[in-house]
Design a binder for this molecule. Structure first.
Ligand code: SAM
Length: 229
């Protein structure tokens, strides 16, 4: 059986007991980066054969993993951090397992955008998760659509693009709209910066951005006709 296993996004204690049991008892671990996963495995004293599965894995590699599953082996799929499939490779393998009518279990667990969303203090009734924004084509067009977005918007950004992204957000949504930058969640240098886009722009200009970021943008207020949803 294939188990899709979320792993910590920083703090190695954020591994569920069920995830730990699966990693301890599985036959193989399929990892996005077979060296990176060793940090987690060493922390929990787990020694398992690792297979490589990442965004550029060949069809032959997928066929190899499917072959092992057909032999009755248990395989745990992990990514570098968080939930496989959330802005991470997983779906091609998950789809192959479904197409081959084999068993699959997907565990709940750590993912970066959810603590950022809940820590934002913005409405969580409805939200839009955008993953990573397109790097070039369609980027500003997408950001422009957020001007009239009433749902809370959450997306991932790298440290070397964050300042430019906040500048582009200012151009699209104005400097008064509120955002939250959640940085290095669950790690020693975790910071949550809240304020208007204008204030966050100034903050980022003062301190060179470092680490991993989740951006949360507040939705615009719209007249409420129904309060039950
Ligand atoms: N699969 C992961 C998940 O479930 O959240 C996401 C993987 S994606 C390749 C990596 C991005 O997630 C980073 O560039 C960053 O935007 C965000 N991220 C991951 N860990 C984070 C953390 N500890 N704090 C803030 N953002 C984080």
């Amino acid at each position: 059986m294939l188990s899709v296993v979320p792993t910590p996004i920083g703090n190695l204690k954020d591994l569920t007991r069920r995830a730990l049991t699966i990693l301890q008892t599985t036959d193989y671990i399929a990892a996005e980066d077979t060296r990176h996963v060793q940090i987690l495995l060493q922390r929990y004293e787990i020694k398992k054969p690792c297979l490589s599965f990442h965004g550029h894995s060949s069809d032959a590699q997928i066929a190899k993993i499917i072959g092992l599953l057909k032999e009755g082996k248990n395989i745990a799929l992990v990514s570098d951090a968080g939930t496989p499939g959330i802005s991470d490779p997983a779906y091609r393998l998950v789809r192959a397992v479904i197409e081959n009518h084999m068993q699959l279990t997907c565990l709940p667990g750590p993912t970066a955008f959810l603590p950022a969303l809940t820590a934002s203090g913005f409405s969580t009734k409805k939200f839009l998760y955008l993953g990573f924004l397109p790097i070039k084509k369609g980027r500003q067009t997408l950001l422009n659509t957020l001007k009239n977005e009433s749902r809370t918007v959450v997306f991932y950004e790298s440290p070397h693009r964050i300042l430019k992204t906040v500048d582009q957000l200012a151009a699209a949504c104005g400097r008064e709209r509120r955002i939250v930058l959640a940085r290095e969640l669950t790690k020693i240098h975790e910071t949550i910066d809240r304020g208007t886009i204008g204030k966050i722009q100034m903050l980022l200009q003062k301190q060179p951005p470092r680490g991993e970021y989740v951006v949360v943008l507040e939705g615009i207020k719209v007249a409420q006709h129904h309060t039950s949803d």
